[in-house]
Design a protein. Sequence first.
Length: 94
Amino acid sequence: MSPRGDAAVWTACFPLQVVSVAVDHAGVIHAAATGVSTSVLTIASADGKLVWSTPIIGANAAAVAVDSSGATFVTGRAGDNFSAGSGAYFSKLD
């Protein structure tokens, strides 16, 4: 949206349902989306171009957050086939 909120600056269409959005201090948009799979993506706010995107196999995203350094955090529900990466905060809960 424009600074006054009265016009779209750019629009984007994704083949997924966006479930959560967060904006960092630089205006970069961080989003979690679900569909056939779950994806986390960031979008440059100036032009709407995709900065990066990654799938999360075996999980459904519920929310996304971003910290002051621009790191993206995702919460949600993991399925039986979910495998946490080596940098995960928790890799297994018993």
